[in-house]
Ligand binder design. Structure first.
Ligand code: PLP
Length: 409
């Protein structure tokens, strides 16, 4: 009989996001005529830019002609896209990478779990908290997270993001094998400065820590002082993998494309002390477990770097950021503590009363008819906060903020 990987049973039956959905459904049954505004939205809402759509049409035509047809592509991604990434996303920031240090994938969510394939199950892990929950859940499945007790996983070191540390925790005293950082961070919106990231890189160099740096939201960074890539920090190529996605940068949430940077300098160690190049191992892993992202999708991703594509995408991102500023302006008429919205289109709001984030979510739902995301969904450190997303349409953002202002007054 086939036996189950029992670590899988450690996962909660459903994610906390489905609890949010259930509570919203209950509301809709009780109040069928109420007009809800969804500020919990975890997706983009603007369509793909026209150069991306045109590139896809052309790629479809290529597939219809025997002289330009593309079958299986390279597992690591087409050279044309890997080169465009290096040239556009890294070289202008003084970062030199080879195209074969870039691995094209179907998005950060799957990649985060996939990387665990080549890492032992007994590595210790650390996460900033609150955080994108997939970092932890993917480790639960592979047995790295331990057991769930009082809202925390026993083998996970939680690095609390709070108002005192500006939501950017610094390295702990103890050594950790694998650390997940996200900057700008979903949900808090905090972004690490160069000086802060240097402390993390120095810590990793000293302790042989592997940093998994999620830069999915880097395109929203508004200040020249905030690094877009961890490789802007000297020494980072020796300790960090960077994950990036076209989802938030270019509206690819439904199309699926991202990429991972694994520099040649990054080594991983065996239990008996051999040091091996992670890049070579990952390339081999991909050739066993992956058959590449579709040609059509990679053509679409490459078109995001065309001058017209970049222009349209800048406008779209500015639209979301302007939504965040608009909500902040309206809500600042109250005595609320509002974080985020500066380098990411999410507002991270401190609950002004002594209620839990679930209770506040429900009272906002029934009182203002606005959906938010309870902070605790992103980890225990999110208790006492809620997240509002500005990835919605402008009218919805404005109306929701006005409803909240009137409800909270
Ligand atoms: N990383 C973070 C921090 C996210 O918030 C999300 C989506 O919400 C993802 C990764 C998922 O990215 P992708 O669409 O590339 O899987």
């Amino acid at each position: 009989m086939a036996l189950l990987n029992e670590f899988f049973l450690e996962l909660p039956g459903e994610s906390l996001f489905s609890d949010v959905a259930k509570k919203i459904n209950t509301f809709k049954v009780i109040r069928p005529n109420a007009e809800l505004i969804d500020m919990g939205i975890n997706d983009v809402t603007s369509p793909l830019p026209s150069p991306v759509v045109e590139a896809m049409h052309k790629a479809v035509d290529d597939m219809a002609d025997s002289t330009t047809f593309h079958g299986y592509g390279p597992e690591q991604g087409y050279e044309f896209l890997r080169e465009a990434i290096v040239k556009n996303d890294f070289n202008p920031r003084g970062i030199h990478l080879m195209p074969n240090e870039v691995f094209i994938n179907d998005g950060v969510k799957s990649e985060i779990g996939n990387i665990g394939d080549i890492l032992r199950a007994d590595n210790t892990i650390g996460v900033i908290d609150p955080i994108y929950p997939i970092y932890i859940e993917s480790n639960v499945i592979s047995g790295r997270a331990g057991v769930f007790n009082h809202g925390k996983w026993s083998n996970v070191c939680y690095l609390n993001c709070n108002e005192n540390n500006g939501f950017t925790p610094m390295p702990p005293e103890i050594p950790i094998d694998i650390v997940y950082l996200c900057s700008p961070d979903n949900p808090t919106g905090a972004a690490y400065s160069k000086g802060q990231l240097k402390k993390w890189v120095d810590y990793a160099l000293k302790n042989n820590t592997l940093i998994l740096f999620d830069a999915s939201y880097e395109a929203y960074i508004q200040s020249p002082d905030i690094p877009h890539s961890i490789y802007e920090i000297r020494g980072a190529k020796k300790v960090a993998i960077e994950l990036r996605s076209f989802s938030r940068t270019a509206g690819f949430t439904g199309l699926r494309c991202g990429y991972t940077i694994i520099p040649k300098e990054l080594m991983v160690q065996t239990l008996d002390g051999r040091r091996l190049q992670m890049n070579t191992l990952w390339s081999r892993r991909q050739s066993v477990r992956f058959n590449g992202v579709s040609y059509i999708t990679q053509c679409a991703a490459a078109a995001t770097y065309s001058p017209e594509g970049e222009k349209e995408l800048r406008t779209t991102r500015e639209y979301y950021m302007e939504n965040a500023r608009l909500m902040r302006r309206i809500l600042s008429q109250l005595n609320l503590k509002i974080y985020g919205g500066e380098h990411i289109p999410y507002l991270w709001i401190k609950i002004p009363t002594e209620t839990s984030s679930w209770e506040f979510f429900e009272s906002m739902l029934y009182g203002a008819k606005v959906i938010c995301t309870p902070g605790v969904v992103f980890g225990p450190g999110g208790e006492g906060f809620v997240r509002l997303s500005a990835f919605a349409k402008k009218e919805a953002c404005e109306q929701a903020a006005k409803r909240l202002r009137d409800w909270l007054k």
